[in-house]
Ligand binder design. Structure first.
Ligand SMILES: Cc1ncc(COP(=O)(O)O)c(C=O)c1O
Length: 261
């Protein structure tokens, strides 16, 4: 099959992808409509299978990012939620600073600026009027820099930063390294370990050709120890089991059986 058949939108003319919200290929539309149909006909009867699919998705995302383990991967609703999880999860002290390029997408700017009320300085660095954007960022890192946050590919002009250079320098400085990868994943390869990335977030609705509302979030084991969870859900524990104060329990779902072979 010609890959173009996957994109009926092409019948309407030439589609120039500008990496905002991609049109769905047929395979995406089919997966969403199959799931809607299943819910219509069966409700959550196949819930165990949903959990298995979730586990498999995290495994595949771990492979895609070269993350050490699927346990380093969480599914969130969008890139912004990933950024906010970090911005609101670090135990900031007054006098800390965050470094980021000037002109980042608002999702990778506003959550950091909001930290100013906790005494955190936000250093927005002009990386456009220089021959060496990585050096421009790194010269603004000092002993009070807790975190460097960049988009892997800039949303305005497609500027691609050398993540391995930034990650290595962050490691040396003891600075956390956050990457917004929404403009990168699906079009370019990613290796969180080689690039020294502590946190990465990306929604699927650009080059990954997924619907809006599902995002990958990577957090290295080491960085996890510095992160406080600010949203607690009923599935946050290891055991998917709900206990009522009256003593009854929702039957335990055997997680072991969800592990794919
Ligand atoms: C670089 C960048 N970061 C974040 C976002 C917003 O992502 P989300 O809607 O997944 O929060 C966009 C959307 O265009 C973007 O280009």
């Amino acid at each position: 099959m010609d890959n173009r058949d996957e994109f009926p939108i092409l019948k309407r003319g030439l589609y120039a992808n500008h990496a905002a919200i991609s049109p769905w290929p047929r395979v995406t539309a089919q997966a969403v409509s199959d799931f809607a149909e299943e819910n219509c006909l069966l409700g959550p009867e196949k819930y165990a299978r949903w959990l298995l699919r979730e586990t498999r998705l995290r495994q595949r995302l771990a492979l895609m990012l070269n993350a050490p383990s699927p346990n380093d991967i969480a599914l969130l609703k969008n890139t912004t939620e990933g950024i906010c999880t970090v911005a609101n999860g670090i135990d900031w002290s007054s006098g800390d600073n965050v470094v980021l390029p000037l002109g980042e997408f608002p999702s990778n700017r506003l959550p950091w600026l909001a930290l100013q009320r906790q005494g955190v300085e936000v250093r927005e660095v002009d990386i456009r009027h220089t021959a060496d954007p990585e050096a421009a960022l790194l010269t603004r890192i000092d002993e009070h820099t807790r975190l460097l946050s960049v988009s892997a590919v800039q949303w305005t002009d497609g500027l691609r930063l050398k993540l391995e250079v930034l990650g290595a320098a962050c490691k040396q400085a003891g600075t956390l390294f956050f990457v917004d990868a929404i403009q990168h994943l699906g079009a370019l390869q990613m290796n969180v370990q080689n690039n020294g990335i502590d946190f990465l977030a990306a929604d699927g609705h650009k080059w990954l050709l997924a619907p809006e509302g599902i995002a990958v979030f990577y957090c290295s084991k080491n960085a996890r120890e510095q992160l406080r969870l600010n949203q607690h859900g009923w599935r946050a524990g290891k055991d998917v089991r709900v206990q009522h104060p009256g003593g009854w329990r929702v039957p335990r779902i055997k997680l072991a059986s969800f592990r794919p072979p």
